[in-house]
Design a protein around this ligand. Structure first.
Ligand SMILES: *Cc1c(COP(=O)(O)O)cnc(C)c1O
Length: 382
């Protein structure tokens, strides 16, 4: 089976993990802060806070931004459920903004329209979560301008977009947002097994996320409310979690980071090759707006005729091509129906989902394998 995505692990990764296993620190050692610093530097942010998953990092970010009961978080319905669930962990409510059919990311026009209506109803969001679908960056300058006008915070879900660029700016530099979150699940561009990171430029947000990541506890005397009672002393100052990344994971991430630029080059090559090979088929290919250089976490296409999707999907799977579908719109999940969402609420996301098919894309995919994917897809469609 050619999978839709796959990690790349080499001997340097294995050696880095083994070195941690032989060391004194399996967790809370030196590898985690080093990984935080290197990943933040890679994307041009000041601070990185590692977490046990991208989902945990999204939760920490929402808490640090003050999201709570009575607040609203808005995101794209075309995403993994975690982009929305992070609000509900905080007791906040979720609403969605439809996608732009060309970029498949949050529609700035739909957002602006919804913001005007929300202002009249007194229900403006506290946080908006743009999702860089497939690695295609959202229109961040436009979103930042709306954030300024309507007074919301921006949390970028960049689980797909490590290494993507917008103009002269890397995703994660947070030039147009408060916090950016990455995931290091094995299907993502860089892996730590499970893992995630929130990056930002505001030292207070970073400190808040770091504290929440470890039970709400501080061990920094400068931060104590009361006099230290001895060297053992620490304070829990808020209710936090154990969302810590281990040093085993961080060592893997650090080792992987060295090869990230080459992997992104390879992903772009393969995406460009798909675009050429598929151009005459009845499909909508993913496209990158001018000014952007996506790192192509996945290669999602949409069949022009969605009535063929199930057959095409099954045909490819039977031929050993591990296609997938990204995503069932979040508002159509059974657990979101009780909030009153239903079919027809976000028609562009729903229409895209109807024909969506994700083709294999990962650095070790060979040209021969890619030709095989294209040949099978052509057979299935014609
Ligand atoms: C993978 C993913 C997440 C969650 O990351 P985990 O590390 O699996 O918790 C969140 N949002 C999007 C868009 C994702 O693809």
């Amino acid at each position: 089976m050619i999978p839709y995505g796959r990690q790349t692990i080499d001997e340097a990764d294995i050696a880095a993990v083994v070195a941690v296993l032989r060391s004194d620190w399996l967790t809370q050692g030196p590898a985690v802060p080093r990984f935080e610093q290197h990943l933040a530097a890679y994307c041009g942010a000041e601070y990185g806070v590692a977490a046990s998953s991208g989902t945990a990092a999204l939760h920490l970010a929402c808490r640090a931004l003050g999201l709570g009961a009575g607040d609203w978080l808005w995101t794209s319905p075309l995403s993994f459920v975690a982009s929305a669930n992070c609000a509900r962990y905080c007791g906040a409510r979720v609403d969605f903004v439809d996608i732009d059919p060309a970029t498949r990311t949050i529609s700035v026009a739909a957002l602006e329209d919804k913001l005007h209506r929300a202002r009249r109803a007194g229900r403006l969001p506290k946080v908006v979560v743009p999702v860089h679908f497939a690695g295609v960056p959202c229109d961040m300058p436009a979103l930042a301008a709306l954030a300024e006008t309507f007074g919301f915070r921006i949390l970028e879900d960049a689980a797909h977009a490590l290494g993507s660029r917008y103009g002269d700016c890397a995703v994660g530099a947070c030039r147009h947002s408060d916090i950016t979150v990455f995931s290091f699940h094995p299907v993502k561009t860089l892996t730590t097994g499970e893992g995630g990171m929130a990056v930002c430029n505001d030292p207070r947000l970073a400190a808040a996320m770091r504290k929440l990541c470890s039970h709400g506890i501080t061990r920094d005397p400068a931060d104590f409310n009361r006099p230290a009672q001895g060297d053992w002393y620490y304070e829990q100052q808020m209710l936090g979690y154990n969302y810590r990344m281990t040093d085993i994971q961080a060592a893997l991430g650090l080792a992987q980071l060295d090869r990230l630029p080459a992997w992104i080059e390879r992903r772009c090559e393969l995406a460009n090759r798909y675009a050429v090979l598929l151009q005459s088929l009845p499909l909508q290919l993913p496209s990158a707006p001018p000014q952007t250089r996506p790192a192509w976490h996945i290669y999602p296409i949409a069949l022009a005729d969605s009535t063929h999707r199930l057959n095409v999907f099954n045909y490819l799977r039977q031929r050993g091509i591990g296609v997938n579908v990204h995503y069932i719109p979040i508002h159509l999940q059974p657990d979101y129906q009780r909030f009153g969402f239903g079919l027809g609420d976000f028609i562009n996301a729903e229409a895209y989902y109807g024909g969506a098919l994700t083709l294999p894309l990962y650095p070790a995919l060979t040209a021969d394998q890619q030709d095989q994917v294209v040949a099978c897809l052509r057979e299935a469609l014609l």
